[in-house]
Design a protein around this ligand. Structure first.
Ligand code: ATP
Length: 289
């Protein structure tokens, strides 16, 4: 049997770090949104006793370092299946090292696909629990949509869907190391935080302007010379009429919210002159599981 799954990229409408925990992890508070930038995965049962991955991005590992492989292994372990013959073909469009949870989205898509291959044995909650053991953002990516994430990102609450709009997403040529950014964040000590209650209210009211105004990511407070590029992209987005613009996750992608398609397309055309990855996306709805 063979199944196809779509992996949706995530963006952070807000990202707050609320505490450093004794176990070394940070407590996060994030409003997350899936968008129509996607990877396509095909999963197939094979007669062999191994999990094989092939991918159009040559530099992505195809062994257990790939989150998709880890997700498939965890699923098989969880249902007590000993035969491990699975082939996964991934066609990626979600950029790597962008703060768009590409690897996590693939892992979540594999969990959904495995659930179909093995006859939907697990509920959404069970899949999310399994997902949290694969990686911090994987639980959110199981259903996606609009959600509030706490803890390491695994404690989820569904939110009112974000109103439809155009989202211009641009990733500069470099990536930013996540551990390095957390280290720098610990050094500076945060004084400014996103208005998360205000964001939740704006979502409840379907107020796109209110949502855009409240987008904020504490990692943008870190003093890093690469943030200059991020600031330049934000300027272009705002010049072309974005209602708000912010970096997602630990970067390096930056996005802006538009209520007019034409302005979004013009802005993307301008950004593409300098940056290879630039897409005009829309919010994606929560998936039913
Ligand atoms: P996040 O928002 O979760 O921080 P990111 O965009 O910074 O996401 P990813 O693109 O998910 O990061 O991946 C970063 C690292 O994970 C890379 O070093 C990559 O080799 C590894 N990786 C493992 N599995 C995958 C996958 N399926 N797709 C992309 N990268 C993967």
């Amino acid at each position: 049997m063979r199944v196809q799954e779509t992996a949706y990229a995530k963006l952070n409408l807000t990202l707050d770090v609320t505490a450093k925990r004794p176990d070394g992890y940070h407590d996060m508070l994030m409003v997350m949104q899936t968008v129509s930038v996607t990877d396509s995965l095909v999963l197939e049962q094979t007669g062999e006793d191994r999990i094989q991955v092939s991918c159009n991005f040559r530099y992505i590992p195809t062994d257990e370092r790939n989150l998709a492989v880890r997700a498939a292994m965890m699923y098989l372990d969880a249902i007590g299946e000993e035969k491990r013959g699975i082939a996964i073909r991934m066609e990626k469009d979600i950029p790597v090292g962008a703060g768009m949870a590409g690897g996590s989205a693939d892992a979540a898509a594999v969990l959904r696909g495995m659930n179909r291959l093995y006859d939907r044995r697990m509920s959404r909650r069970e899949l999310e629990e399994l997902a949290a053991n694969v990686g911090s953002d994987v639980a959110f990516c199981v259903s996606g949509g609009t959600a509030l994430a706490r803890g390491r990102g695994e404690l989820l609450e569904d939110l009112e869907p974000m109103p439809d709009c155009r989202i211009v997403i641009c990733k500069p040529g470099f990536s930013i190391s996540t551990p390095e950014l957390f280290r720098k964040l610990d050094q500076i000590g945060l004084r400014t935080h996103p208005d998360t209650p205000g964001m939740l209210n704006a979502l409840r009211e379907g107020d796109l302007r209110g949502i855009s105004m409240r987008m904020f990511n504490v990692f943008e407070e870190v003093d890093d010379r690469r943030m200059r590029s991020e600031a330049e992209i934000k300027h272009v987005l705002l010049d072309y009429g974005a209602l708000g613009a912010v970096m997602t996750g630990t970067g390096s992608a930056v996005f802006g919210i538009f209520n007019a398609e034409e302005a979004a397309e013009c802005c993307a055309a301008e950004l593409r002159k300098e940056h290879r990855f630039c897409r005009v996306a829309r919010p994606a709805a929560r998936l039913e599981i």
